[in-house]
Write a protein that binds this ligand. Structure first.
Ligand code: SF4
Length: 392
């Protein structure tokens, strides 16, 4: 089992909070062809690394993948299918319901709401290989969207859902941001009531972070926006958790909720330490106990691939790194740490692990049952702090 991630590093503008690597390009403006040439070369170059793997998930993320003409997306996917052993593809139109067999390929495409048109969706449906969609709604008021620096409107969000239904893309996810000054609890209740009524299969809810080198950091320094306190974040985090869990959603990772069996298989593979390869500028890979990175900027990336360099950097995980990584990935999830697995694979760390587990200041945030150690809902909210306490 393995996954592939393709990073499309272009956006039409920069959202206020975003610190992903992306450069400004306009949709269908003919900019993509050199990039797609390099990307398909990279996909071919790296294929021998996974010659014994079956690929179960492919994820087109960014940036803004929907900025690419769909013919280019098809060219990228053909390079993948010609060079890797893909699990069988069940196209969205052949799915009688929203169940996609776990043995089939999950192929996700991120689409920005403003790019959702009849023409785009019908072309995508004809291509047949994308069977899961993900989009950043981020807010369900036009004020909220303006605050966050998004290019679309709430009307675009509504149209997006209509098109998903019309073209039978029934396995899809929406992102939502909370924890900023103009967002009140009533707006959250309205947004999530709408999501529930529409039966949105998967929702990712992120608290707004103000990162270095973002437009928001600049505004924060100038006093044009304000950071909220932890109580405000916690209240909105719990509000979303309560609304969704009481309506049948499974809160399966800090920021992710799904209806039964509709979790993101691609992201779940990351948390299960399943090997993956990443393509495109700044993409990461993980396989054979090592982590690797591509060059960060587009220019350096073109050079890296032209020089037949598989990665810009590569790091073999030490036993300590592997333990820390297992703790970090598994405590993010509601499934948690499998004690039997820990005993089998990290026996040298069990004494250290149990010592931290018994700490009085942490005990109120942890649950131990059914052979698993996991964070409870208050623990999930401060997961970074608790996870770091377990590190060696
Ligand atoms: S949030 Fe998405 S669309 Fe906005 S700048 Fe970042 S990658 Fe681009």
């Amino acid at each position: 089992m393995s996954g592939l991630y393709v990073h499309i590093p272009f956006c039409e503008s920069k959202c206020g909070y975003c610190d992903f690597y992306s450069i400004k390009r306009y949709k269908d403006s003919g900019f993509a062809s050199d990039f797609v040439d390099t990307l398909t070369t990279e996909i071919t170059q790296k294929s021998y690394l996974f010659k014994n793997q079956t690929v179960n998930t492919v994820y087109f993320g960014g940036g803004t993948p929907s900025i690419l003409p769909l013919d280019d997306l098809e060219r990228i996917f053909r390079a993948i299918s010609d060079n890797y052993n893909l699990a069988p593809i069940v196209s969205n139109s052949n799915l009688s319901s929203i169940d996609s067999p776990l043995s089939s390929l999950e192929c996700t495409l991120e689409i920005n709401p403003e790019h959702a048109t009849d023409e785009y969706f019908s072309h995508l449906q004809r291509l047949g290989f994308v069977n899961r969609l993900s989009t950043g709604f981020q807010a369900m008021t036009d004020n909220g969207l303006r605050y966050l620096g998004r290019r679309h409107t709430v009307k675009d969000n509504y149209r997006y859902i209509e098109l998903c239904r019309k073209y039978n893309f029934n396995n899809f996810s929406v992102d939502y941001i909370f924890g900023y000054e103009t967002l009140d609890d009533f707006q959250i209740e309205d947004a999530f009531r709408y999501f529930i009524d529409e039966g949105i299969p998967h929702i990712s809810a992120y608290s707004l972070g103000i990162e270095d080198n973002t437009p928001f950091m600049l505004k924060l320094r100038k006093g044009e926006i304000h950071k909220m306190d932890d109580d405000f974040y916690l209240r909105q985090f719990l509000l979303i958790h309560d609304i969704l869990e009481s309506n049948g959603y499974n809160h399966y990772e800090i920021s992710n909720y799904s209806l039964p069996n509709l979790h993101s298989r691609h992201n779940s593979n990351y948390w299960e330490s399943v090997p993956y390869l990443g393509y495109g500028p700044s993409a990461h890979s993980y396989y054979d106990g090592s982590r690797s990175w591509n060059a960060r900027t587009l220019q350096q990336y073109h050079r890296q691939i032209a020089e037949h360099q598989l990665f810009e950097e590569n790091e073999i995980l030490t036993p300590d790194d592997a333990f820390n990584e297992y703790i970090m990935l598994r405590l993010r999830t509601r499934k948690g740490i499998d004690i039997e697995y820990l005993t089998l694979h990290f026996s040298n760390y069990i004494e250290h692990f149990n010592k931290i587990l018994r700490r009085r200041d942490l005990i109120e945030y942890l649950e131990v049952n059914d052979g698993y150690v996991r964070l409870n809902i208050n623990g999930l909210f401060i997961s970074d702090h608790i996870i770091s306490e377990f590190f060696v």
